[in-house]
Design a protein around this ligand. Structure first.
Ligand code: GSH
Length: 205
């Protein structure tokens, strides 16, 4: 039997969370290798691109969260068969990656530098990406990004909007998503109450 080992930070979120949910939905037993930040620092340079998530499949490491989401999503029935719907799904997950890359440079800043950078981000790139994602949701019919059903795109976007609204990011207003892209708030609630998602969290508790 194929052995799966997923390495990521010890958080219920981030780039690994859609993959964990999809693995669970696919009924795939996997080792959920969760690292503390100091543990990650020690092994960072041993990873192919100095980052996580890393999925080992029978000991062979594979990276890139969206590629992993697609791969496991196909096994879980969370990725469209139709080419155009698959493209829609990929567009949403790719946009989230771009948004995350715009947030990363603000980590490590402090004081006024952090405040100024985060306020600029909230009014700038975050607003642009949240509105763009809401646009993609509307194109999909308003409930899901692709295929009129739950896909890995819905998981990735809703995990991200939940994080942005959590208060965990200093100087990012918790009502930002609500203000600039209210459709994404309803979307997040729909996804988080989906049986695929609730079954995963029930399995964790
Ligand atoms: N394109 C990669 C980006 C991975 C990435 O940047 N991961 C972050 C954590 S979410 C990381 O490992 N950062 C550590 C670092 O840059 O030192 C993916 O989608 O998997």
């Amino acid at each position: 039997m194929t052995k799966y080992r997923l390495t990521y930070f010890d958080i219920d979120g981030g780039r690994a969370e859609p993959i964990r949910i999809a693995l669970h939905a696919a009924g795939i037993d996997f080792e959920d290798n969760r690292l503390s930040f100091p543990e990650f620092s020690k092994m960072r340079r041993d990873t192919r691109f100095n980052c996580v998530p890393v999925l080992e499949i029978d000991g062979k490491a594979v990276t890139q969260s969206n590629a992993l989401g697609r791969y496991i999503g196909k096994m879980a029935g969370l990725y469209p068969d139709d080419n155009l719907q698959a493209l829609y799904c990929d567009e949403a997950t790719g946009a989230v990656e771009d948004l995350l890359h715009n947030i990363v440079p603000t980590f490590g800043l402090e004081g006024d530098d952090l405040k100024n950078a985060r306020e600029k981000l909230a009014d700038g790139w975050m607003t642009i990406f949240l509105r763009g994602l809401e646009d993609l949701l509307e194109r999909g019919g308003g409930e899901y990004f692709a295929d009129n059903r739950l896909t890995v795109a819905d998981l990735k976007v809703s995990i991200t909007t939940a994080w942005l609204s959590s208060g965990g990011l200093d100087h990012i207003p918790v009502d930002l998503v609500q203000r600039v892209a209210p459709g994404l708030v309803g979307h997040e609630q729909r996804v988080m109450s989906d049986p695929v998602v609730t079954a995963y969290y029930a399995s964790r508790s």
